[in-house]
Write a protein of this length. Structure first.
Length: 172
């Protein structure tokens, strides 16, 4: 397994790409999932989409296990949101591609999702709480959407400008 650098703002050229479905689960997909998981644990984070490593494929990993708990990785390919609840929930989100910026985001509280699992089998799942939030955050990445797209334009433009400036000053 390998640690891979995480793409951050201001690289919107990469982060705004719409990722392509994988044809199936082969050794290349499994190797990428493993590298994603290692990179995510190292960061540390609770989810990661392939585009955050610069790979525009519809792949993500999630592990909500807390420090010291047994790991519970979930490997997801080609996810589709089948249904969302009317009920909303607010969560203070962060993103490894937007380091050190956190803001409240409102999303559907529950989601129903279809995807291919690590064995290549079509799988359906229902998620609530942090898992629902994280799945939506990661699926957004596959569509070139960032959590700052769900906050006010003023805050979004401010954070993008901050990263552009930091890069110009050689601080990224
Ligand atoms: O590590 C992460 N934490 C997090 C917290 C609240 C809502 C979403 C997330 S996902 C984030 C890792 C990441 O950037 N995934 O794309
Ligand atoms: Ni993210």
């Amino acid at each position: 397994m390998s640690l891979i650098p995480i793409v951050t703002l201001p690289d919107e050229k990469t982060l705004r790409e719409v990722s392509k479905p994988v044809a199936g689960i082969d050794s290349h997909v499994k190797k990428l999932w493993d590298d994603m998981l290692e990179t995510m644990y190292h960061a540390p984070g609770i989810g990661l989409a392939a585009i955050q490593l610069g790979v525009a494929q519809r792949l993500l990993v999630i592990d909500l296990a807390k420090d010291g708990e047994a790991k519970t990785p979930i490997f997801v390919a080609n996810p589709e949101i089948i249904k969302t609840s009317e009920a909303r929930s607010d969560y203070e989100e962060g993103c490894l591609s937007i380091p050190e910026f956190y803001e409240m985001v409102t999303r559907p509280a529950e989601v129903w999702i279809r995807y291919l699992n690590r064995q290549g089998e079509p799988t359906e799942t229902h998620a609530t709480g942090l898992m629902a939030t994280c799945l939506q955050h990661e699926i957004d990445h596959l569509n070139g959407v960032l959590f700052i797209d769900h906050i006010s334009r003023l805050k979004r433009e401010r954070v993008i400008k901050k990263f552009q400036k930091a890069q110009k000053l050689g601080k990224l």
